[in-house]
Design a binder for this molecule. Structure first.
Ligand SMILES: Cc1cc2nc3c(=O)[nH]c(=O)nc-3n(C[C@H](O)[C@H](O)[C@H](O)COP(=O)(O)OP(=O)(O)OC[C@H]3O[C@@H](n4cnc5c(N)ncnc54)[C@H](O)[C@@H]3O)c2cc1C
Length: 288
């Protein structure tokens, strides 16, 4: 299929983009990497009248660290997460997760802001943003506001973005010295969206997990911390984790449904296997 007719505009500045988006209301959508939006247009899942191309706006680009937080512009492409020394040294979870996003061509075009705005519950970056306690910087003609990643994701493909608003940047608090991270995912083929995945961040205290934030992909309608599982990991020092306790905690946190070709109980089993893997990986980093 082909997309319905639309108009296309490439604003020269962020101020222009705000004005165009504000004036057009629901008739306009921003396009960044186009890797989700254009597929949806071609399938006629949506038919906006105006595409506002934000992909060249300098205000949405760049990476910086002010000693407290790492700020990544909304237009940071997935491939930059793999190549950036700043990201690798301060936010290794993003470097671990990025290779799982689609294929090379998609990672060359797709952006951090686009992935967060799209809010696919099986996507890697929303889960990482929540696990890392990121703050989204949102802007419109009315000004800027900051929203915790955990509050930004509100449901299946639903976010806190208001009409005319853009994600400008994402700010990640600088992890403390004892922080370890791990990312794991199962999909049918490399490059497919996750059947199940986990973004995990933990504080290590005297060789034990002191605090943990685990966020599952593909098992809930949005990216959110699995509170019961995260608490169940506190105090774990052994790589032979208590499987029954983890599975019990998972049943309280996750509510997968049967989908064509994958039963909910199979997904829960996969989530339990991946939970033990990320726990192993994080404790191995301490032992190393
Ligand atoms: C074959 C294929 C496989 C893929 N596999 C995966 C995968 O395994 N994991 C995964 O996570 N993704 C996957 N993707 C999607 C890909 O990661 C997209 O790049 C990403 O989801 C969206 O980023 P984008 O910049 O392309 O956004 P776009 O497609 O340009 O936009 C997506 C949505 O976000 C909005 N938007 C974009 N930028 C902003 C902004 N700054 N502020 C506000 N709204 C904005 C747009 O209006 C649109 O609604 C896949 C895509 C394809 C085609």
């Amino acid at each position: 299929m082909k997309a319905r007719n639309f108009r296309y505009v490439r604003p020269k500045s962020l101020g222009d983009a705000f004005r165009i988006l504000g004036d057009a209301g629901d008739d306009a959508v921003p396009v960044a990497g186009g890797q989700s939006l254009l597929a949806g247009l071609n399938m006629r899942l949506s038919a906006p009248e105006l595409l506002v191309d934000i992909a060249d706006l300098p205000e949405l680009q760049g990476q910086s660290f002010d000693g407290q937080a790492i700020r990544l512009g909304a237009l940071t492409r997935h491939r930059e997460l793999l190549r950036s020394d700043l990201v690798r040294s301060h936010l290794p979870l993003l470097t671990q997760a990025a290779p799982y996003i689609g294929h090379v061509a998609i990672r060359n075009r797709g952006t951090l802001g686009g992935s967060l705005a799209y809010a696919d519950p099986a996507a890697e970056l929303p889960a990482c943003a929540v696990a890392l306690g990121a703050v989204l910087v949102l802007g419109s003609a009315k000004g800027e506001r900051r929203v915790q990643a955990e509050d930004f994701f509100q449901g299946l493909f639903e976010t806190d973005l208001r009409p005319g608003e853009l994600i400008l940047a994402v700010e990640f608090p600088s992890p403390s010295a004892g922080t370890v991270t791990s990312f794991a995912e199962l999909s049918r083929r490399h490059g497919d969206f996750a059947l199940v995945g986990i973004a995990a961040v933990a504080e290590i205290d005297a060789g034990c997990i002191g605090d943990a934030r685990l966020v599952y992909l593909g098992c809930a309608n949005r990216a959110k911390v699995a509170q019961t599982v995260s608490k169940a990991l506190i105090g774990q020092a052994s790589r032979a984790a208590d499987g029954a306790a983890i599975e019990d905690a998972l049943r309280q946190d996750l509510s997968p449904e049967d989908t064509p070709g994958l039963r909910a109980d199979t997904r829960m089993h996969m989530a339990a296997v991946l939970t033990r893997r990320v726990l192993d990986a994080m404790l191995n980093k301490v032992a190393a």
